[in-house]
Design a binder for this molecule. Structure first.
Ligand SMILES: Nc1ncnc2c1ncn2[C@@H]1O[C@H](COP(=O)(O)OP(=O)(O)O)[C@@H](O)[C@H]1O
Ligand SMILES: [Mg+2]
Length: 306
């Protein structure tokens, strides 16, 4: 047992939470890291975890008590959820936090980062440069915005890996797309398109008070998206002091303990495109050789329940 794994003589027990059929690659990396340290690790889908009031236990599964866990690595509460599921799951982790169990990322931060509009709104209020953005359910207003912006991006409000985002220059093409989006009960999240210097953007990976690694991401030919999942090529990036400070600042503003910050270098300075509260790091690890898992686990342990 390593000294790192003890908090005031108590053996740590870390819960990793995922959603879906099985833990994904990033979860496996965290599981391996905890295994190497000899930390007791419980891995559960969010659906199996129950919270209770005035029961003998506050948190449990049909087989296990979870009251003695030291901390949670919360990788996902799920992507497409009903209101009911969303509320239950956020309340569950809020309850854990109230009982003194650190949740990484904290549920409030994760919730803010999940909502692309809310996160940019908060950042903008802190004078962080973000693209011009609207959120609306009114087709005419959205059409007018696309017309005014000239080149716009229509994105899913909740989304990742670049899937579902479209770049539009013709307001009538945008009109047809947006009408369809509305007909499915979704909202219109429309943003100014920021041309990228050298067709690349930056992913900065923040843990606690540091940027542990960053990389340039180059959009594939004929694409404007720089997600690794969209085929972007990557290269390590030596972040300037200004961008390092920016990445750490936005992470803190959104109450995140770690994050993946997407930054576009525009003609007149940087823009923050989004802040990911449960970033993947396969591409980053390949590009930079830095494995975030030990940093994430060490950070959680530093805040583990005493
Ligand atoms: N306003 C924008 N201007 C230019 N490129 C954008 C803009 N918004 C998104 N992109 C490109 O699309 C990618 C995906 O968008 P992003 O907002 O990061 O959503 P996600 O990665 O969650 O799907 C970005 O990494 C960037 O390359
Ligand atoms: Mg992104």
């Amino acid at each position: 047992m390593s000294i790192n794994d003890l908090v005031q003589g108590k053996k740590l027990k870390v819960l990793i939470v995922y959603e879906g059929k099985r833990p994904n690659w990033a979860c496996m990396e965290l599981i391996n890291e905890l295994k190497v340290r000899g930390t007791t690790t419980i891995v559960l889908p969010v659906t199996r975890i129950t919270a209770a009031i005035n029961f003998e236990k506050a948190f449990f599964t049909s087989k296990l008590s979870l009251d003695d866990i030291s901390g949670v690595l919360l990788r996902s509460i799920g992507l497409i959820l009903t209101d009911d599921q969303f509320m239950r799951r956020t309340s569950l982790f809020k309850h854990m936090e109230k009982n003194g169990i650190p949740v990484m990322n904290p549920i409030d931060g994760l919730r803010k980062a999940r909502d692309k509009y809310m996160s940019l709104c908060i950042l903008s209020r802190h004078k962080i440069p973000v693209p011009q953005t609207i959120i609306t359910e009114d087709l005419v207003t959205a059409y007018q915005a696309v017309t005014r912006l000239k080149v716009a991006v229509i994105k899913p409000l909740i989304g990742s890996r670049g899937f579902g985002s479209v770049k539009v220059e013709d307001p009538d093409v945008a009109f047809r797309i947006m009408k369809t989006i509305l007909s499915f009960g979704q909202t219109l999240y429309v943003q100014e398109y920021i041309p990228k210097k050298n067709d690349r953007d930056i992913r900065a990976f923040v843990v606690g008070d540091s940027v542990i690694a960053s990389m340039y991401r180059y959009a594939p030919v004929n694409s404007w998206k720089t997600n690794v999942a969209q085929g972007a090529k990557t290269e390590p990036c030596k972040l300037t002091d200004e961008l390092t400070e920016l990445a750490i600042k936005v992470t803190k503003i959104l109450n995140l303990w770690y994050s993946g910050v997407d930054i576009v270098e525009g003609e007149n300075g940087p823009f923050v495109l989004e802040v990911n509260g449960a970033p993947d790091w396969r591409g980053l690890r390949e590009a930079t050789g830095v494995n975030p898992a030990p940093f994430i686990v060490s950070y959680l342990i530093s805040r583990a329940k005493k």
